[in-house]
Design a protein around this ligand. Structure first.
Ligand code: NAP
Length: 249
């Protein structure tokens, strides 16, 4: 079998109903995997799953709720062993300087981006340990976790946190065949960035990207396929930056 093939493997992709998660789900399915996509909005999630074909299943889940995450991971494993977890669900609901952030805003971002990633990983890894299977966890971080981006303080802290979490989990779980890696995208054209790039900040943000364009979800998906596959069997604790050179500024 080709080392990049995901034939016979099953993946969970959180936040898979649109954007980067949808692109990653498509990439994994194209490589042969069966994929369970999750999100909060049921209708767009079901539509996304239908558009991805017979190898895609939808499960609603709010990643701000650890109990919902545990139930979702359990329900996925009831279908059979799960080999791959992509922690992609994430939010960045505002763009403002740190002194203007409220406690509620802080909590909302941290709960989904950092706590959600943490507990989804733990729920998934515990089942892989019990089943004695090998597994790959791929966390979707951000270039803002590598270099500081103004007006994204809490978001950037969660994404830097996800990178350190990636390394600690990789260290602790290496001898139990659970690899943990992260992808750190730069600006990607999705609903997430639509308003920001249409705003007065858009032009200068685009000008800061050395390659002169935003990424597409497809630009990100290839790294997820690689990290999920046997081609990356000796890769753990790595942060793969996919940012058109943004971190070099
Ligand atoms: P997006 O287009 O807004 O899609 C986000 C996805 O996550 C949707 O499926 C959404 O569905 C789901 N989601 C949001 N909140 C959730 C929650 N509480 N529980 C479960 N699912 C939830 O965003 P994107 O641009 O694809 O971003 C995906 C990931 O990439 C995020 O972690 C983001 O931080 C990261 N990222 C994005 C960029 C960028 O420029 N776009 C750059 C670097 C990193 P529902 O709303 O229906 O739940």
């Amino acid at each position: 079998m080709h080392p990049f093939s995901l034939e016979g493997k099953t993946a969970i992709v959180t936040g898979g109903s649109r954007g980067i998660g949808y692109g990653i789900a498509r990439g994994l399915i194209d490589a042969g995997a069966r994929v369970i996509i999750t999100a909060r909005g049921e209708r767009p999630l079901n539509e996304a799953a239908a558009s991805l074909g017979a190898n895609c299943i939808a499960r609603t889940c709010d990643n701000a709720d650890p109990a919902a995450i545990a139930a979702m991971v359990e329900s996925a494993w009831q279908l059979g062993p799960v080999d791959i977890l992509v922690n992609n669900a994430g939010i960045s609901p505002y763009y403002k300087r740190v002194e203007h952030v409220t406690v509620e805003e802080w909590d909302s971002v941290v709960d989904v981006n950092l706590r959600g990633t943490y507990f989804a990983s733990v729920e998934f890894a515990k089942r892989a340990f019990d089943a004695g299977t090998s597994a790959s966890i791929i966390n979707v971080s951000s270039v803002s976790g590598v270099v500081p981006l103004a007006r994204l303080g809490v978001y950037a802290a969660t994404k830097a946190g996800v990178q350190q979490l990636t390394k600690v989990m990789a260290l602790e779980w290496a001898d139990r065949n659970v690899r943990v890696n992260a992808i750190a995208p730069g600006w990607v054209e999705t609903d997430f960035t639509g308003d920001l790039f249409a705003s007065r900040h858009g032009e200068s943000l685009r000008a800061d990207v050395p390659m002169g364009r935003l990424a597409t979800p497809e630009d990100i998906a290839g790294a997820a396929v690689w990290l999920a596959s046997d081609a990356a069997s000796y890769v753990t604790g790595s942060i793969v930056v996919i940012d058109g050179g943004r971190q070099l500024r």
